[in-house]
Design a protein around this ligand. Structure first.
Ligand code: GTQ
Length: 345
């Protein structure tokens, strides 16, 4: 590869004359923006242990009342991007949110898409577009772009969940904003529950939903049962994984990020191929050892890690007698829509 000219090779007054006209020579930066064969990635393999996050989040509950926070969240920031950027990867934002008993995180809507993966505690709910979604461990609640959402908590213990948003991308596009609203009226019978069990729909009054997001809550007990029946049905199936989909279209549940649940059989080691999207792994049940580039993360329940794109990841269940269950978020819907998706094996 020939060396390209550097900025220092040019006369200073010429560089200044360019700058005065808001002009920049491409060749000194060409290799930076178009590196050979593999993209430059700021995303570093990073792991956040729940046992480290939880006491700091509970402390935030003492230090900052909900009225002063609106959303009481500690952001899981990737040091490769710079902590202030508040991103786990190029397109993924992760936050751990705390709601104390009786607190209310007021209604708003915004352009970024979000999901919540419930980590701990009972009695909280998120109302999305008038649909009240109870929050239990492992449930996935969608708050897609533009839909009103608010969080409340009628239980007795702190509730903590993982927020996954496409905020870094939507912000980068200069399309990120929010609107505050009033407390929502809960409106039962909107049809959201029609799809709650795959393949089984109400016999009377069922009409195919015209909503962009017909299903807002994916209960963990159902996703887990789906994984267990897949695993039992085919003992040779290597990747026991389900995708959270829109039940009307069969496509991804949201437009930008993809969401999945994975079961690792007792003692299983699973190599995920090197694909272009960055990924996030969150342990719902059991223990998982993740090999990502040169990092090895020994993760227990409620721990979260991220992996850059274009790298293979190996996930291992160290327990010889119990399965492990993970929640995965990735950038593949975005990469597919943009036409940059690759699987390099
Ligand atoms: O719960 O609506 O972590 O608006 C970041 C932005 C959570 C939320 C976040 C948000 C929310």
């Amino acid at each position: 590869m020939n060396d390209l000219g550097r900025i220092e090779d040019l006369p200073k007054d010429y560089v200044q004359a360019l700058r005065d006209q808001n002009l920049v020579p491409l060749w000194p930066s060409l290799r930076g923006v178009l590196p050979p064969k593999v993209p430059t990635r700021q995303t570093q393999p990073t792991c956040w242990a729940y046992q480290d996050i939880k006491p700091l989040l509970l402390k935030a509950g003492e230090l900052t009342p909900i009225e002063k926070a609106e959303r009481r969240v500690l952001v899981l920031a990737n040091p490769g991007h710079g902590l202030d950027k508040m991103q786990a990867s190029a397109a993924i934002y992760l936050g751990m949110q705390l709601l104390m008993p009786g607190e209310w995180a007021p209604s708003h809507r915004h352009t970024p898409n979000a999901v919540r993966m419930v980590v701990e505690g009972v009695g909280a709910w998120t109302t999305v577009d008038g649909e009240k979604c109870p929050m239990s461990r492992g449930d996935l609640i969608l708050t897609p772009t533009g839909l009103w959402h608010e969080h409340g908590h009628d239980g007795n213990e702190p509730v903590i969940w993982l927020d996954v948003l496409d905020l870094p991308l939507v912000y980068y596009m200069e399309t990120s904003y929010h609107i505050n609203g009033e407390r929502q009226a809960v409106v039962p019978g909107q049809g959201d529950k029609q799809y709650a069990r795959g393949g089984v729909v109400p016999s009377h009054g069922f009409e195919r939903s015209k909503k962009a997001y017909p299903m807002l809550r994916y209960a963990w007990q159902d996703a887990k049962a789906a994984l267990q029946s897949l695993a039992a049905d085919d003992s040779a199936l290597e990747q026991v994984q389900v995708t959270y989909t829109n039940p009307e279209t069969g496509g991804d549940a949201e437009n930008i990020l993809g969401f999945y649940a994975l079961m690792l059989r007792p003692g299983q080691s699973l190599r995920l191929p090197a694909r272009s999207p960055a990924q996030v792994f969150h342990v719902i049940e059991g223990a998982v050892q993740a090999h990502i580039v040169s990092s090895i993360f020994d993760m227990v329940e409620a721990d979260t890690c991220c992996a850059p794109g274009y790298e293979a990841v190996t996930l291992k269940n160290p327990n010889p007698s119990q399965p492990a269950f993970l929640f995965i978020a990735d950038e593949s819907p975005l990469h597919r829509k943009l036409g940059v998706y690759e699987n390099r094996g």
